[in-house]
Design a protein around this ligand. Structure first.
Ligand SMILES: [Zn+2]
Length: 168
């Protein structure tokens, strides 16, 4: 785990403190804000089923997730989702509508990132052409009214599915 208590200022190399997402140097007053990152997440439904992906990579390998990913610099949330759906499922997004957001924590390389996940309901073209990439080990069309919370990788997704009435 990264030790956030013995940090050095990247400017003057004296000790710096990290508190409330802010790195601050008392010597030279350098400040760095480790702000919340954003991700776009897709709810894709077909009849009474919702599309879930089994994660092939850490964090939370083997657990279920929804298509989506982090929003890049200079990219809109919608553009990020269209890009991610194309990368992860090989599909084109036909329509997109914003639902709501949920906070999340994402552990990677010993650092806990604070994320806000933006959930969108989307419709895609040619659903039968769905092919997953190496980020997922499988996809499943799961009955949308009986998703089990413990199978879900992230609390934000569990909370979103619960909000939609999809958790068992
Ligand atoms: Zn400094």
């Amino acid at each position: 785990m990264l030790n956030l208590h013995n940090l050095k200022c990247p400017v003057c190399s004296k000790s710096a403190t990290f508190y409330n997402s802010r790195l601050y140097c008392n010597t030279c007053c350098f400040e760095y804000f480790h702000n919340v990152a954003s991700a776009s997440v897709a709810i894709i439904e077909h009849n009474d089923c919702i599309l879930l992906l089994k994660r092939a990579k850490e964090p939370m390998v083997g657990k279920l997730h929804l298509p989506g990913g982090f929003i890049s610099a200079n990219e809109s949330a919608e553009a990020a989702l269209i890009r991610e759906v194309n990368e992860e499922l090989g599909l084109s997004v036909n329509s997109i509508s914003y639902l709501f957001s949920e906070p999340n924590k994402y552990q990677y390389s010993g650092i806990t990132y604070s994320i806000v996940d933006l959930f969108f309901k989307i419709f895609v073209d040619d659903i039968e052409k769905l092919t997953i990439n190496n980020e997922s080990s499988a996809y499943l069309w799961h009955n949308k009214y009986s998703v089990i919370k413990d199978d879900i990788a992230f609390i934000s997704v569990a909370n979103a599915l619960n909000k939609l009435g999809y958790l068992k």
